[in-house]
Design a protein around this ligand. Sequence first.
Ligand SMILES: Nc1ncnc2c1ncn2[C@@H]1O[C@H](COP(=O)(O)OP(=O)(O)OP(=O)(O)O)[C@@H](O)[C@H]1O
Ligand SMILES: [Mg+2]
Length: 359
Amino acid sequence: MSTPSTNAPTGRRRPNAGDGPELVPTHSDEPLLQVRDLTVGFRTEDGRVSAVDQVSFDARAGELLAVVGESGCGKSVAATALSGLLPHNATVTGSVRLDGVELVGASPDQLRAVRGKEIAYIFQEPMTSLNPVFTVGRQVAEVLRVHEGMNRRDAMSRAVELLELVGIPTPRERIKHYPHQLSGGLRQRVMIAMAVACNPRVLVADEPTTALDVTVQAGILDVLRDMRDRLGAAVVLITHDLGVVADVADRVMVMYAGRVVERGEVHELFERPRHHYTVGLLGAVPSARTADGQQRLREIPGLVPTLAEQPDACTFADRCPAASDKCRSSQPRLDVAPASRHEVACWHPAGTDRAEVPA
Ligand SMILES: Nc1ncnc2c1ncn2[C@@H]1O[C@H](COP(=O)(O)OP(=O)(O)OP(=O)(O)O)[C@@H](O)[C@H]1O
Ligand SMILES: [Mg+2]
């Protein structure tokens, strides 16, 4: 891949690294990112809307955590809340600790310093995030100038290395191109290069391949995996595509109506889903891919409720084949447990006798 950089960010670079900007993964037993009871509401003209309710999870260095769930269940809001990237009408409570440093309630300046450098984001549509009037080289270099204080020349040569790192052919030529001159897949690679420019410790990718065709998708996922392994980053991948989850995730977190309903190691969760919502979603896996190459989540009858409708109940009760009166009057909670545990927030998990009894 690329030649070793003289400008690699400090701290986690392997001494005497071979070719390629190889970095020492920061594996440790302590989770890099600890999220506890993260709750996000929005003030609207119709009152307070709750989007994320007491979400807790850990993201570990060198691990890819997939976040799945139907549209509107709070995946993007939870992800953007991690670094305070929410509109002014949002209220956030709970705790987000990055390496022990609390981010909820941190000042705008502190959060700005964290974004990009510690927690970086990749979004679905690179065209809207890239500036059409500057070359991609300049845009990647700008990140390095702002966050790493590099001079123009060093930043540009590091930009070439970064484009090479994310698999862009002939990077020396490509840095001179404008976003519209690149394909969607190459633009997304440029976004990844910008996101990883400062060796972020957490990389949040929100539907990064949704707008791309299937072969291009696979390449982008390879790059994300590579960043997990080379940077030792904690990668949080939000996706609707369970095929993608099965391919790349280490752990999976299933969200429903703003809450985490199940979480576990990927093979365990696919083989023995315990929440009836997850069982429903997994019904999609053996089905054929759609024309755009995506394995969509199966439609589960009914609508996702708003949280306000069912504060003291399982939010899935109205759509669940195993729901009892208890489910409609008491909210099952997910314990915060070590990453390896398979956790479920359900009074009658699938695979137990009660679950076999239809409502
Ligand atoms: N600025 C806002 N003001 C009010 N409500 C909002 C705002 N932003 C998001 N929401 C609400 O928060 C909820 C969660 O939205 P979010 O975008 O996190 O869903 P998602 O799981 O990412 O869905 P998708 O898969 O479609 O991207 C939705 O009900 C949405 O309408
Ligand atoms: Mg979203």
